[in-house]
Design a protein around this ligand. Structure first.
Ligand code: BTN
Length: 149
């Protein structure tokens, strides 16, 4: 019994740490990224199809920024080991552009959820000759916005 106690303690801690990374990474909720943009994911169905809204802090246009809808998909394969990958599209309501994001939800060393993403922003250009300059690429890191309660 005395010998079993440290073993059980290590097992408990290992399972606890693993459990933490599996249980978190729920995309539902409010997120803020390194640019100060806010994203809210409101719905997620059983197949991992989700929707929400995106309030960007910046724009490549001179238009007034408006909250825009997003639709996405979370990887839900049966052998999912937590920290899932996902992708979503933001269809900007105030410009002719579309942004696609792809990323992964991680749980960091402090147990905090972090969404590491890359994006492609496709702007509309008038002429096929301008296609070469129509797509921007970048990264964004999102953290969960704590509720005010
Ligand atoms: C536009 O300028 O046509 C629409 C807004 C684009 C905002 C981009 S999307 C990638 C990057 N991440 C953000 O949070 N905002 C910018």
């Amino acid at each position: 019994m005395v010998q079993a106690t440290p073993f059980l303690l290590v097992l408990f801690l290992a399972l606890g740490a693993h459990g933490a990374s599996v249980k978190k990474c729920n995309l539902i909720g409010r997120w803020v990224n390194d640019l100060g943009s806010n994203m809210t994911i409101t719905t997620m169905n059983g197949n991992g199809v989700f929707a929400g809204s995106y309030h960007t802090a910046v724009t490549a246009t001179s238009n007034e920024i408006k909250v825009s809808p997003l639709q996405g998909s979370l990887q839900k394969s049966p052998n999912q080991k937590g920290q899932p990958t996902f992708g979503f599209t933001v269809n900007w309501t105030f410009s002719d552009s579309i942004t696609v994001f792809t990323g992964q939800c991680f749980v960091d060393d402090d147990g905090k959820e972090v969404l590491k993403t890359m994006w492609l922003l496709r702007s509309r250009v008038e002429n096929i000759k301008n296609d070469w300059k129509a797509t921007r690429v970048g990264i964004n890191v999102f953290t969960r916005l704590q509720s005010q309660e």
